[in-house]
Write a protein that binds this ligand. Structure first.
Ligand SMILES: Nc1ncnc2c1ncn2[C@@H]1O[C@H](COP(=O)(O)OP(=O)(O)OP(=O)(O)O)[C@@H](O)[C@H]1O
Length: 257
C-alpha cells in the first residue's frame, strides 16, 4: 500500500494555503509525523487529503487510486481523519459513540463482530472502564482518547491524526502513541500525525515532514530532519539534537536571542 501526494495546492477563497506540497511516497506500516509551527497548514493538508477542503491542484493517490476523484463517501471508507477539535454532547455512551463511528461507513445493522471490534479498540487504548460513561461526561484527555478510538475502530488504510496527544498527560501521551503504532503496524495501515512535541515525534515516527507557510521544507528520518537548521529558523528557536542514554533523540530547545 502506498500513499502519494504531489503538487498539492489548496486555498480558502483567495487565500492560498498549500503551495505545491509533495512528500515522498508513504508505505503501509509507516508512521509519519507532520511538524511545523502554528498556522503552517498542517490541518489544511489533512482536510485536503480527507476531502473536507477541496484541493485545487495536485495528486493524492492511495494504492494507485486517485482520491481527488473519489466521492466523499468512497474516500471516507479508506481515510479516517481525527480533527483537532472533538467532543460531543449527544446522550450516548463512549461504547455507543465508538460503535457509531464504525457503523457510519457500513450501515446500521450491528453484528457481534462490530461489538467485539469496539471492545477491542477500547481495551487497546485503555478505555474499557469508560465504555458505559456518557460521552459528555469525560475529561478533555478522555474525550481525546475516545476520539482516537473512533478513528482507529474503522481500521482504514490511512489515518490522519491532528494533534492526538495535545490534551494528554505524559503517561497517556506515551501510551496512546505506543498503542497507535502497534495497532497500525499490525494492520499495515498508514498513519500521519500532526505533532507539536518534537520529542514525541522523534520517538514514535519513522519519518518527519516539516511544513512552513504551506510548503514542505524537509522530509526524512527524524535524526536527519531534526538536525536541520530549518528547524531553528522555522520555529524561531535554538535547538541542539542530543541522544539520550536510551539512544532516543532529544531536542533541547530555547528561545533564540
Ligand atoms: N476555514 C478557514 N478559512 C480561512 N482561512 C483558514 C481557515 N482555516 C484555516 N485557515 C488559515 O489557514 C492557515 C493554515 O491553517 P491550519 O489550520 O492549516 O494550520 P495548522 O498548521 O494546522 O495550525 P496549528 O498548528 O495552529 O493547528 C492559517 O493562516 C489559518 O488562519
Amino acid at each position: 500500500m502506498t500513499l502519494e501526494i504531489s503538487g498539492l495546492c489548496s486555498d480558502y477563497g483567495s487565500k492560498k494555503i498549500l503551495k505545491d506540497v509533495s512528500i515522498a511516497p508513504v508505505a503501509g506500516g509507516e508512521f509519519v509525523g507532520l511538524i511545523g509551527p502554528n498556522a503552517s497548514g498542517k490541518s489544511t493538508l489533512f482536510k485536503s487529503i480527507a476531502g473536507a477542503v477541496k484541493a485545487t491542484d495536485g495528486v493524492i493517490s492511495l494504492d494507485g487510486r486517485d482520491l481527488r476523484r473519489a466521492s466523499r463517501g468512497q474516500r471516507s471508507k479508506v481515510v479516517a481523519y481525527m480533527p483537532q477539535s472533538y467532543g460531543c454532547n449527544a446522550v450516548l455512551t463512549v461504547f455507543e459513540c465508538v460503535l457509531l463511528a464504525l457503523k457510519q461507513m457500513t450501515g446500521w445493522r450491528v453484528k457481534q463482530d462490530d461489538l467485539q471490534r469496539v471492545s477491542n479498540v477500547l481495551h487497546a487504548l485503555g478505555l474499557s472502564h469508560l465504555a458505559d460513561r456518557g460521552i459528555s461526561k469525560l475529561s478533555g484527555g478522555q474525550a481525546q482518547m475516545v476520539s482516537v478510538a473512533q478513528t482507529l475502530v474503522r481500521e482504514p488504510r490511512l489515518v490522519l491524526l491532528d494533534e492526538p496527544t495535545s490534551a494528554l498527560d505524559l503517561h497517556h501521551q506515551l501510551s496512546i502513541l505506543s498503542t497507535i503504532r502497534a495497532f497500525m503496524r499490525n494492520r499495515n495501515m498508514i498513519v500521519i500525525a500532526a505533532l507539536h512535541d518534537l520529542n514525541l515525534a522523534a520517538q514514535f515516527c519513522d519519518r518527519l515532514v516539516l511544513i512552513k507557510e504551506g510548503e514542505v521544507l524537509a522530509d526524512g528520518k527524524p535524526e536527519k530532519v531534526l538536525a536541520l537548521k530549518e528547524i531553528d529558523e522555522t520555529y524561531r528557536v535554538m535547538t541542539n539534537l542530543e541522544k539520550t542514554s536510551r539512544d532516543t533523540l532529544y531536542v533541547d530547545a530555547r528561545l533564540s536571542a
